[in-house]
Structure formats: C-alpha cells, structure tokens
Design a binder for this molecule. Sequence first.
Ligand SMILES: [Zn+2]
Length: 356
Amino acid sequence: MKNVLLLTLAAFAALPSAVRIQAQSYPITVVPPGKGPYRFPPGYQIPWDKIEIFVSEKVSPNLFVLHGSEALDPAHPESSGGRAMALFGPDGVLLVDTENRQVAEKTLKAIRSFTDAPIKVLVNTHIHPDHTGANAFFAKQGAVIFSQDDLRNEMVRPPMRANGTAAPGPEAAAVPVVTYKYSAATRGEPAVTLNMNGEITDFIPMMPSHTAGDTIVRFRKANVIYIEDFYRNFGYPFADQANGGSIRGMLDAIDLIEKLADANTTLVPGHGTLVKKTDLLAYRAMLVDMLAKVKALRGQGKSLKDVLTANLTAQYDKTTMGDTQDSKDRFITEVYDEVGDFPPVVDGKRTMPRHQ
Ligand SMILES: [Zn+2]
C-alpha cells in the first residue's frame, strides 16, 4: 500500500510540473514577425510562390496562430497576410480569418501540420483580403462562415475603388452565411458563443472602427482575444473609412478592450506582435493627440497638403516600427477627413472625398 502511494506521488510530482511549466509559458512565440526596415523596388510584384504560412504563436495547447513570411509582401512586410487562428480538437476546427487567397493551400497545409479534424467554422474579423481572401476555399472545405452583417454588405456591394471604378463582386462561396449586427446598447456582449474543443469562444461585434463590420473573438478559457486591426504596432494606424471605419471608433474599440480584458489577457492583433491591454494606451494617446492637432489646423483653414507637410507624427516615429511615409500620410489623411464633413456609414460603407 505504502509503495503504491509513493509511486502515485512520484508520478503526480513528475507530470503536473511539466504541465505547469507549459501552462506558464503561453503564449509561445514560434516565429516572431520581422522588424525591418524593408524596401521594395518600384513595380515590385508579390512572389506568392515564395510566401510560406506557418504557426507563428501557440496561445494554448489547442489554439494556434498562423502567419506568413517576412520581407516579401509590401502591404505587410513584417509578416505576410493578417494573422489567422485555429482552435482545434475532436469537435473540428474553428478558424478566425483565412490569410490571402493566393496562399490558401499553404494555409490549409499549415493547419494540417497539427490537426486532421474537419474545418467546421470560420469567423471573419473584417473584410480585408488578407483576412477573408481564402473564404471560398475554406467554405469548400466545409466551413460555415460567420460575420457582422456590415461585412457581408461590404463584400456583396463593395465601395468604389479610389480611381472611381467598381470593384468586382465576390465568389458566392466566400460570402458569410451566419450574420449578426453591432448594437451600442449591447456593446461588448457576444453575438455568438460556441462551445467547441473544451473552449468557450465568443464572437463580439464591434462599433465601426477598423471597418464597419469588425468582430473580435474571445477565447474565455485560454484568456485570449483576437483584436484584429484597429490596433497595430507595425506602421501607423489604419481606419478603412470607405468600408465604414473610423479613427474615433478605434478609440471606442480600445476602450472596450480595456473593459473586456484583464491584465494577463493575451491580445492578438492582425499584424505586429502579441500584446497586453496596457500596450494599447500609448497608441490611444497618439490617436487623441493627432485628432486634436489635425482638427486645430483644419479649423484654421489649412489644406490636407499643409497638414501633411507639418509632419505631425514626428515625435512618434522612433517608437513606431514600419513608419514609412505612406503609412504616415495615410493615417494623417484619415484624421483630416474625420475631423470635418465626415460621411456617415450606409450599408457598411462611407462615400469618402477623393484627394488628388
Ligand atoms: Zn485590416
């Protein structure tokens, strides 16, 4: 009896400590995003055949993050595409976003490196092609696609391109099947809760922020929230106003995360590095500062060109990785458009002024 007890104790001591060490070490970074700086020659074309998709982080034993190669994709040179996540186990795979259409097979292959379970559910955090590009591919694998109503509207009736031409419509299989709406009265509450693979996963619709159709995805047991692109730490902030986004909405989104997350919650942005909620504060302060400064200049009758020339982001360049001139100009132009005559959201879109 005594020997059995000792053996049991020995086994108990050996096993849980290994489990404990593992539990403490999440999130595990497998491949960190690159830091740059990056340069691409004029006329550069993305060599999709060279881009790899791999597990970049593990945030729990059955919740992995996927991302792409660095230094090949000018839109996201630090790591091609937007992050995708896969929750896996006996109930099948729940996917958050898809990566680009051109690398769909590679994304599936990366998923197949850790699970053979069927692809069951796909939720889109927002419409951008590095997040929804392989929707049709994964729908054909068996995924039922979830999103906000406004994302579906943006997809079915896309806004005009900057050059004034109509954008092409989507492949039918790419269009979300299950939709829900954001309501200010229930802000922060999940529209959908899924119980799969021992995890409780919430799809929480967001106010118009990065786009009008944003959703964040909370994994309650892992204490992880996928916060998509209203926050970024590579390049200056981007609110896609033509698709209904808004800089002020991004402030509201950050304030909602402040309420939903605790100090230890792992926040997974679409791009850049994983963060905790305190990391959002400096970013928030910069948005407030730029809104005030640009509003003052626009109030004095300054043109967009004058405001861009004023180089208002100078003090943030040192702490903003990927601070290219394009990234700064895009951000300040958005702020300029937002502080005066900002068009309302209709059907998930805004009719933005065109600048030469
Ligand atoms: Zn995006």
